[in-house]
Design a protein around this ligand. Structure first.
Ligand SMILES: *Cc1c(COP(=O)(O)O)cnc(C)c1O
Length: 496
């Protein structure tokens, strides 16, 4: 005993904790003050800006071996990181599809990290917060309380959770024991030709292969063609495949099209298919009073993927998978190794949350969602969704009224696809011209749009998932686009 004590006494033990708590408290206050000001003044900064060469070079420095003061480290973050964001918290960021974060959520992320709990499971308050957020997600979508769910990193992982349960439930064999090679009739999944790319990755990861996901043509509104779907299912049955799952889109990423979920639910029931809904964009429209009717039928899904880091504006990352049959969900993932057995009391007496997905250790991502939902209440989030959808309609009107612009797809929800069309430009020239407009808008810090191609037509795409966007921002966008079209000169001057 004494000997051990002596040996230990030779070297002072180290810790990562600060040696001066008062000092770090002062610094922490400064960081919070800076952070609040950063968010307050976001509208005054460019949406995005290119990083100067010295900033890029800064991040090639080698592994730090010796210490620096936290104040110095923060100084580097303030100078080299904070001025060069992706830009999605800015009121004029409308690229791809992401939320715009919020302060309560950011504080939630901070406190979650301070508490540091592991949400793999256990009997502690963070696990109850996690479970409550999942329950609230069910409630928002009208899913039964008996359903299960899990918070994951985002929509891609939420989809793969749902599709894994679908595969295992419909395989006809014990896939967990024997693997996909033992499945007698090859499984077939169905989704529209507008389906998100994460489903392809999911099919590949599930060992079914990309070709097991049949892309069904869409109608004039870019919704899955139900007749074509029925025909594909019949054809596959005849050819010896086993139709297993249909994936409905509650909001496609290209244009926001919402498949007819009620019809798909009925069809899935008749055909004995698993009905999965990719609701990463639109599932939460269920809480928006003026638009909820668009996703009627979502509650009949067998599984749903939704994305609180989109229309609930949770700081990244936060996705959620819901599964109607809780037992099927648990049976897909639960494993109890000897080192993770439950105990009758104490820390290991809670539910094991890692039984509902692939992760063992899980972060406390629930807190940021929980705090923002409590602060604002669900009705406000619903109104904000309605607001974004109304704003997309407003932008579409501005575009229709502007002779230099052309609406490519009328918006159903919050995504507007349009293009600039000076003169009679077509094809590759038109695409290059519009790409140049998009890049100048970004480089001049005015607005962030992205682009896509719908039915062979290249277009600029504005996805308004942003609680800071105002109509005046959309007025400004149209004004600036028109200015750029003129600045780039007459038709044919795209490369000027
Ligand atoms: C965003 C999105 C996904 C992927 O979600 P992540 O959170 O980015 O992983 C899947 N499907 C649709 C329709 C999406 O919009």
């Amino acid at each position: 005993m004494d000997g051990a004590h002596e040996t230990l006494g030779m070297v002072a033990e180290e810790t990562l904790d600060p040696s001066d708590w008062a000092d770090v408290q002062t610094l922490s206050h400064r960081i919070v003050d800076d952070a609040v000001a950063y968010l307050r003044d976001v509208r005054d900064r460019p949406v995005w800006q290119e990083m100067p060469g010295d900033v890029k070079a800064f991040f090639t420095a080698p592994l730090p071996r010796s210490p620096a003061s936290l104040a110095d480290v923060y100084g580097e973050v303030a100078e080299k990181v904070m001025p060069y964001p992706m830009g999605n918290i800015h009121p004029r960021f409308w690229s791809w599809y992401m939320g715009s974060s919020n302060l309560a959520g950011a504080l939630g992320d901070f406190l979650a990290a301070i508490q540091g709990s592991n949400l793999g499971g256990g009997n502690h308050a963070a696990a109850l917060v996690d479970g409550q957020v999942v329950n609230w997600c069910k409630e928002m979508l009208g899913f039964p309380a008996s359903a299960s769910g899990t918070l994951v990193s985002g929509g891609s992982m939420a989809n793969i959770i749902g599709l894994t349960v679908a595969r295992n439930t419909k395989a006809g064999i014990n896939v967990r024991e024997h693997g996909v090679a033992a499945i007698e009739k090859p499984l077939r999944f169905y989704g529209s030709d507008q389906i998100h790319s994460c489903h392809r990755k999911a099919m590949e990861a599930l060992g079914l292969g990309n070709q097991a996901l049949r892309r069904i043509p869409t109608d004039a509104s870019l919704r899955i063609d139900i007749g074509a779907l029925r025909a594909a299912i019949a054809e596959d049955r005849k050819a010896g495949f086993k139709p297993a799952c249909v994936i409905g889109n509650a909001g496609t990423v290209n244009t926001g099209a919402i498949d007819s979920l009620q019809v798909l639910a009925k069809l899935a029931h008749e055909e004995d298919l698993w009905f999965h809904v990719d609701g990463c964009i639109g599932a939460l429209i269920a809480i928006a009073p003026q638009n909820a009717h668009r996703v009627a039928g979502i509650k009949w899904a067998d599984s749903i993927a939704l994305d609180p880091h989109k229309w609930l504006h949770a700081p990244f990352e936060a996705g959620c998978a819901l599964v109607r049959d809780a037992l099927a969900h648990r049976n897909t993932f639960a494993v109890t190794p000897e080192y993770l057995e439950s105990a009758p009391r104490g820390l290991a007496s809670g539910q094991w949350l890692h039984d509902y997905g692939m992760q063992t250790t899980r972060g406390f991502r629930a807190l940021k969602v929980w705090m923002a939902l409590k602060e604002h209440g669900i009705e406000k989030f619903g109104r904000l969704i309605d607001q974004n959808i109304a704003q997309a309609g407003y932008l579409a009107e501005l575009i229709v009224d502007e002779p230099l612009l052309e609406l490519v797809v009328p918006p159903t929800i919050n995504i507007v696809c349009f293009r600039c069309r000076p003169g009679d430009m077509t094809g590759a020239t038109l695409k290059a011209f519009n790409t140049e407009i998009m890049l100048r808008l970004q480089e001049q810090g005015i607005a962030a749009l992205s682009d896509t191609t719908v039915r062979g037509e290249h277009c600029l795409r504005v996805a308004i998932t942003n609680h800071r966007t105002r109509r005046e921002d959309l007025d400004l966008l149209v004004r600036e686009v028109v200015r750029l079209v003129r600045e780039m000169g007459k038709p044919g001057a795209a490369s000027s």
